[in-house]
Design a protein around this ligand. Structure first.
Ligand SMILES: [Fe+2]
Length: 101
């Protein structure tokens, strides 16, 4: 690509692994929350929800590491945050949370 004058945008394998790790953590959150919703066992529900919370922390850890490795990532995340603020996404989240109660 560089020979054609096109910037080589191939990412390092560490960046690729971090994105895969984030995806795996997000899938795990969905799985545990779904399991919590599906069980009638109160204690098991509590454990699934607690583990789901831990997975959210793991997302944050991997996200932070990715921000440090991929200098384009953090500015892009910040841009996304600004876009959502412009579109009153907060209202959508409030409505969603009200439905859960
Ligand atoms: Fe995890």
């Amino acid at each position: 690509m560089a020979a054609l004058g096109i910037k080589d945008t191939a990412k390092s394998s560490d960046e690729i692994m971090l994105r895969q790790a984030i995806t795996a953590e997000l899938d795990a959150i969905n799985l545990y929350e779904q399991m919590a919703k599906s069980t009638s066992n109160k204690k098991l529900k509590e454990v699934f929800l607690d583990i789901a919370k831990e997975e959210k922390v793991h997302v944050g850890e991997f996200q932070e590491m990715l921000c440090r490795l991929d200098k384009e990532h953090k500015p892009a995340v910040d841009d996304g945050e600004k876009e959502v603020k412009k579109k009153s996404f907060a209202e959508f989240v409030e409505n969603k949370n009200e439905k859960r109660r």
